[in-house]
Design a protein around this ligand. Structure first.
Ligand SMILES: Nc1ncnc2c1ncn2[C@@H]1O[C@H](COP(=O)(O)OP(=O)(O)OP(=O)(O)O)[C@@H](O)[C@H]1O
Ligand SMILES: [Mg+2]
Length: 709
């Protein structure tokens, strides 16, 4: 505040000494000319009168010429300042030299004046040059015998040496005077330049950091703002509002707090440091940091409150963005942990269900058609299937189910589901779809995306018990850097968006934070399992997409799913012909590799039952050994995908040179990222999903064995 105050006062010259800090030489010239003109006119009349009386015509001519020149220069404001300064100095020189001849020694004073003026108006170098010119003039006048008669000192008889000494003394004083003045001026100019630099840098710092100072005179309740504070408030630089006007810029919820802090600081000297929102003169809301400190007099009474105001809007926005991203990151981490846990449980559970279901089926086949045990086995089977459904959802959530992606138009999937969705949501809910054609294709598993849309639609229906509107929209969107910066997991670029909106109850923040967790439901017992959104989340993530929810209680909900546009055409499908034979039996040799003993035994039992010759291996090493020991043809390798030490895929690749004709069928409850990238099995490979049950396995095996190539 003080610095700015000073800078303003230095810019404006004071009335009694009208010299500007930067323009002082020009200002000085103007003063000198004005004074010389005014005094010159007064002095001119008596000087000319006495000179005339004494018959000194040359003096009359000199005085007249000098005053005319001074008056002329006073009015010749259009001439360049430096030229006017040189001419002014010359007038004094010519006057001094002329009078030295006409009047005598006393006239040396004019030559002094000439030097002083040249130093002040031009520079020290000019001053020194004029000192030399003065000395030369004096010598010349003396040597040429043109000095006025009384210049001859009474006790001295005039000689060249004496005159030289007089000149030397004059020159010494003249030079000292010029150097002294020059040094003072140089020192002042250096100090001034430094002060100007400091002021300018302070201003640059203030403008860059959007930071300014302010001061309140407590007794007068008078406020001063720096230019930067005016700028922050959207006001012109020299606007100085009153204290009340300044407080009125704070938004209502902060005004009391700030005015209270200022009052306390004025009264008790309590400093403050607050962050608040102002609304500028242009109507823009800004976050500012206002710091205030007391300034006390000798008696400890607070005379001023002063401090700073800084626009901290960019920092505040960055903080908010950071907090949002951090929350998103924590949420993603939480989902990852739950996913790992759920996926692990589901995987083992899946293997157990394979055994339960398959033996139930095998047992059922052993029984006579009318056997009452068949009913019990049917119960076991249906409970097992429900459990399998549950595990499949958990695997979907943990992104470990096997997807069979195709390049598709999302709009076509939605269009194909419309009738089914209408039946699903009932008559009270209206369905509107808006699917732009040719959005760009995406690489997803169509069956799974149908599952996603269905789960979202069912949730929407449940949120609109009194009826409402369900809107499903697909469109192409270009997500830019700023959007990606605020949404963890999104990469900038073209995406296809699928939005499912309802006009239902909306979702509060607490539910939003947990709704993607498996088994989280707000529905009453028996109404919801809480696996709907968990499945949606897993499928979308595993398909390389992201999901965002926008909802406000009472205003409905929109789920937005973004999928990256597929750049490559769909991979060719495996040409697995349907089983042509009526029978599912076969006599081929199958090398079975499965590390889980119960599953291995089960599959061996099933395959043997269907007539196959089974070589069962518990691990990769056994598989190689069996290959070695079995000289005859092995028709099919049936292998688990995820096994210790070597994946099923790697095993198949190793065996292929030894057994080039051997076909391969993979089986898995889930895929592991390390084995099959992103859990997506290549579409060209034959695959069967666990849990494995006898008939589908036999059918698949026949299909692979009978496929050409
Ligand atoms: N469109 C929606 N409107 C309001 N709340 C919703 C909406 N979608 C989800 N929710 C909330 O999120 C919770 C979790 O949804 P989710 O689909 O995972 O489970 P659920 O619908 O309760 O059960 P499930 O889908 O397994 O039958 C719901 O219980 C509900 O509170
Ligand atoms: Mg649901």
């Amino acid at each position: 505040m003080t610095a700015t105050h000073q800078s303003r006062s230095t810019q404006r010259p004071q009335r009694w000494l009208p010299l500007g800090p930067e323009t002082w030489r020009i200002d000085l010239l103007r003063i000198v000319l004005r004074i010389s003109a005014a005094l010159g006119v007064i002095v001119y009349v008596p000087s000319v009168y006495f000179a005339n009386e004494s018959g000194m015509t040359s003096v009359v001519v000199l005085d007249t010429a000098a005053i005319a020149a001074i008056l002329g220069l006073s009015y010749a404001v259009s001439l360049p300042a430096r030229l006017r300064a040189i001419c002014t100095c010359l007038v004094f020189y010519l006057l001094g030299a002329g009078l030295l001849i006409a009047i005598g020694a006393i006239s040396q004073i004019y030559l002094f004046g000439f030097s002083v003026l040249a130093t002040l108006l031009l520079s020290m170098r000019w001053g020194l040059a004029t000192a030399a010119l003065n000395a030369a003039t004096m010598l010349a006048i003396g040597y040429l015998g043109r000095a006025a008669p009384e210049m001859v000192v009474p006790r001295w008889t005039f000689d060249y040496a004496g005159w030289t000494v007089i000149t030397a003394n004059f020159a010494m004083v003249n030079v000292s005077l010029v150097v002294a003045m020059g040094a003072v001026i140089a020192a002042l100019e250096t100090a001034l330049a430094r002060a100007n630099d400091a002021r300018d840098l302070l201003r640059i710092a203030g403008l860059t950091a959007r930071l300014g100072g302010w001061r309140i005179d407590v007794a007068r309740q008078h406020l001063v703002w720096s230019d930067e504070v005016c700028e922050i408030h959207g006001l012109p630089a020299d606007r100085q509002p009153t204290v009340d006007e300044a407080l009125a810029y704070y938004s209502p919820e902060w005004r009391e707090i700030i005015s209270g802090a200022v009052a306390r600081c004025s009264r008790e000297g309590t400093p403050f440091d607050l962050e608040a929102v102002i609304v500028t003169a242009k109507g823009t809301p800004l976050w500012v940091r206002a710091i205030g400190n007391p300034h006390c007099n000798d008696r400890g009474v607070v005379t001023h409150v002063h401090g700073s105001i800084q626009d901290i809007t960019p920092q505040k926005l960055a903080e908010a963005r950071h907090a949002k991203l951090e929350a998103q990151f924590l949420q993603a981490q939480k989902m990852e942990t739950i996913g790992n846990f759920a996926g692990g449980v589901a995987h083992d559970f899946n293997n157990l269900m394979t055994v339960v279901l398959s033996y139930a089926e095998l047992l059922a086949e052993e029984l006579e058609p009318g056997d009452p045990m068949r009913v019990d086995l049917g119960e076991i089977r249906s409970a097992g299937l429900r459990a399998t459904g549950l595990t499949r959802q958990l695997l979907a959530f943990s992104r470990r189910q096997v997807l069979q992606p195709k390049v598709v138009e999302l709009g076509e999937i939605v269009a194909g589901m419309e009738n089914m969705l209408r039946r699903l949501i009932g008559e009270d809910v209206e369905l509107a779809t808006s699917c732009a054609a040719q959005l760009g294709k995406v690489l997803v598993d169509p069956g799974q995306i149908e599952q996603v849309i269905m789960n979202l639609a069912v949730n929407a229906r449940d949120a609109m018990p009194q009826g409402g509107m369900l809107t499903i929209e697909t469109k192409a969107v270009a997500l830019d850097e700023p959007f990606a910066a605020e949404h963890a997991g999104i990469h900038p670029g073209t995406h296809v968006m699928l939005a499912v909106s309802d006009t239902g109850t909306g979702i509060d923040k607490a539910t939003q934070a947990r709704m993607f967790e498996p088994f989280f439901t707000t529905k009453e017992r028996g109404k919801g399992t809480g696996l709907g959104l968990a499945t949606v989340f897993g499928i979308v993530q595993q398909s390389g997409g992201t999901i965002w929810v926008y909802s406000e209680p009472g205003k409905g909900t929109t789920f937005k799913l973004y999928f990256p546009v597929a750049e490559h055409a769909e991979p060719p499908r495996a040409s697995v012909a349907p089983a042509a034979r009526a029978t599912l039996h076969g006599t081929e040799t199958i090398l079975l590799v499965e590390d889980e003993e119960a599953v291995r035994t089960l599959i061996r039992t099933i395959l043997t039952k269907y007539g196959y010759n089974v070589l069962a291996a518990q691990n990769v090493g056994d598989a190689f050994l069996l290959c070695d020991q079995h000289p005859a043809k092995i028709d099919l390798l049936l292998t688990d995908v995820v096994m210790p030490r070597m994946s099923g895929r790697q095993l198949a690749e190793r065996l292929s040179p030894i057994r080039p004709d051997m076909k391969v069928l993979y089986m898995s409850g889930y895929t592991d990222d390390a084995v099959v990238r992103h859990g997506v099995l290549e579409a060209t490979l034959a695959f069967i999903q666990k849990p494995i049950t006898p008939e589908p396995l036999a059918r698949k095996i026949r299909a692979v064995l009978d496929a050409s190539g």
